[in-house]
Design a protein around this ligand. Sequence first.
Ligand code: MG
Ligand code: ZN
Length: 225
Amino acid sequence: MTAGKKPVIFCDFDGTITLSDNIVAIMKQFKPEGYEQIMKRTVDQEISLRQGVGDMFALLPSSRKDEIVDFVIIRAGIREGFREFLEYVKQENIEFYVTSGGMDFFIDPLLAPFDIPADHIFCNSADFSGEQVEILWPHPCQDPCNNGCGMCKTTVMRRFPEEQYERILIGDSLTDFEGAKIADMVYSRSILTDKCAELGVKHVPFQNFFDIMDDMKQKQQQGVL
Ligand code: MG
Ligand code: ZN
């Protein structure tokens, strides 16, 4: 942590703001024929996240849109302390962005109660106008990333130069790891914690947003944030 830099937070959505992964939940619930193979190849990193997610959603007929949207919104739970954390960052004038590999059709309604400006939410979108669901990728990888992230977290983060910003990443999975490597501070849970520990990336594990808030407050008191 370096005093004098402006803190900016990049926060994952699925499994971080929500209790679990909504894409996985949708696939497990609707079980479109052939999704398991694609999910396995995606998790095994044989194909890019963009290809895997795009191909899985393309198996779902657009006619099931309402069922899919209702399912995910009813089922998704928000992690404890999120509202209080947002109040804290607002009060402290800390910039807060949601950087998600998920889709607008569940992220927008789930975040609607929280007053986050639309241009602070980076995610993919889903087009239900064709026969099958088509995922659109408005924030693709830019040089030097060529991982086929879909929504490229490191591309978003690089817009905030490290000379000026204290870049704080909050996340839970493998898809957050590239961002974790270029962040100044990482709050991690689940697989991201294991991966950071394994590869020596400095991180603070958390269970809920109160943990993150407490740690940030402590760092502010110490004058390192
Ligand atoms: Mg996640
Ligand atoms: Zn990328």
